[in-house]
Write a protein that binds this ligand. Structure first.
Ligand SMILES: Nc1ncnc2c1ncn2[C@@H]1O[C@H](COP(=O)(O)OP(=O)(O)O)[C@@H](O)[C@H]1O
Ligand SMILES: [Mg+2]
Length: 396
């Protein structure tokens, strides 16, 4: 017996013996070493003395259930030392029976596993931090890739634009000569017979269409200088919409104006910007051949951080910053919207889904260019409720 008690006294494990009511009868020196509680301080007390509140309650419930059923419980505790510090214990608690087989005591043998647990937790935290950094890294790579894509697109556009402008310059003068010639022929010979005047009119129509394309192309690479003047956007938009009154009535498109009353004047090249809004409105009309509603809205708002990053291809040095006050023009239609496979191409020069004669595929290319020259943004997306929204952001 003496050997046994000496062995327990000198054991490297914490040993606690309690009666079936949980009253402590014995703790060994290792227990005192780890927890700071002496035998005298804990005798007659309950092990809840060193409960930390950090071991889940259901763990205790399971413990008592196991012990009451006569079984041995193994598990981990996070306990509190006398000085308030915490330690981890890997415990095995088992019933002790007398000669008659009746449970009289419980004996707990515990291992101080604080170091291991803390190392584990440090590792876990490290892994989490690592995973987080990795996610951030992936996101950065994605952003970089998409920025690169946009840059490539912008450069392609630059090249195409320069090429097209070169061609346009060459074609512009011959076209003007043909135009004048046709006017002369129509004047002199137009009345002679119906067939001749029909042919001449068709030719004039074709030359006019070619002129529109050439005009758009030249716009695409137009001089970088803008004739900036303070413009009251509501007034300008009102003028555009008045111009569109007749085609609107013809296609039974209802025009709604939702203008913010407090818009400050914006420095704009009014001719160029007018062309942007005409392009956007005409696209909207084309999208609603069977009628619908064209809503033109103006508003003043603060740019949120997500919108603020700079777009490659925008040539203006003035990038948007979060919190900047921007004037926003939204052109909404109730048409069929833009199919997903078409959407990425709508700003490409000459991309059109319209029949020859109706679309040149340059409207949005030119419009984006003009808006970017102003240091602004042009975005086109499908509205959740159907139709398309074109958004023009301009620095106030
Ligand atoms: N409001 C809109 N609704 C549906 N599709 C649109 C709208 N605006 C533009 N698109 C699509 O984008 C294409 C390119 O537009 P744009 O550059 O103005 O050229 P165009 O009008 O000459 O076709 C259009 O052909 C059309 O497919
Ligand atoms: Mg168009």
């Amino acid at each position: 017996m003496l050997t046994l008690s000496r062995a327990i006294e000198q054991s490297g494990s914490l040993v606690v013996i309690a009666d079936t009511h949980g009253h402590i009868e014995y703790v060994n020196p290792k227990f005192t070493e780890v927890t700071g509680y002496t035998l005298a301080e804990v005798v007659g007390r309950n092990p809840s003395l060193w409960k930390s509140g950090e071991t889940p309650m259901k763990e205790y419930a399971r413990l008592w259930e196991t012990l009451r059923a006569g079984g041995e419980w193994r598990g981990e505790f996070r306990n509190r030392k006398k000085d308030g510090g915490l330690y981890w214990a890997l415990a095995s608690i088992s019933p002790v029976r007398n000669a008659a087989g009746i449970v009289t005591h419980f004996v707990a043998v515990e291992e101080d596993i604080t170091e291991r647990k803390e190392a584990e937790q440090r590792q876990k935290k490290l892994n989490e931090d690592l995973a987080l950094s990795q996610r951030k890294l992936l996101k950065t790579v994605e952003e970089l890739q998409s920025a690169q894509m946009r840059l490539i697109e912008a450069e392609k556009l630059e090249t195409v634009g320069r090429l097209a402008a070169g061609v346009a310059h060459e074609v512009k003068n011959p076209l003007a000569v043909i135009h004048l010639g046709l006017e002369y022929l129509l004047r002199e010979h137009g009345g002679r017979d119906g067939e001749t005047s029909q042919v001449l009119n068709d030719m004039a129509g074709a030359v006019h269409r070619a002129g529109v394309v050439i005009g758009d192309l030249l716009n695409l690479s137009a001089a970088k200088q803008l004739a900036l003047q303070p413009v009251h956007l509501n007034g300008m938009l009102d003028q555009c919409l008045t111009m569109l009154h007749v085609p609107a009535a013809a296609t039974r498109v209802h025009i709604a104006r939702e203008f913010a009353p407090d818009l400050p004047p914006v420095p704009l090249d009014s001719q160029k910007i007018e062309q942007v809004f005409l392009n956007l409105c005409i696209n909207a009309f084309h999208a609603m051949p069977d009628g619908g509603t064209l809503t033109v809205r103006t508003l003043l708002r603060q740019l949120d951080p997500a919108e603020a990053h700079r777009e490659p291809g925008s040539r203006s040095g003035a990038a948007f910053r979060p919190g900047d006050t921007v004037v926003v023009v939204e052109v909404d239609d109730t048409g069929a919207g833009i199919p997903d496979d078409v959407l990425p191409r709508i700003f490409d020069p000459f991309f059109t889904t319209k029949p020859t004669g109706k679309g040149t595929g340059l409207g949005l290319t030119v419009s984006k260019k003009i808006v970017q020259l102003h240091g602004g943004r042009l975005r086109i997306h499908n509205r959740p409720e159907g139709g398309v929204r074109a958004t023009v952001l301009l620095k106030a």
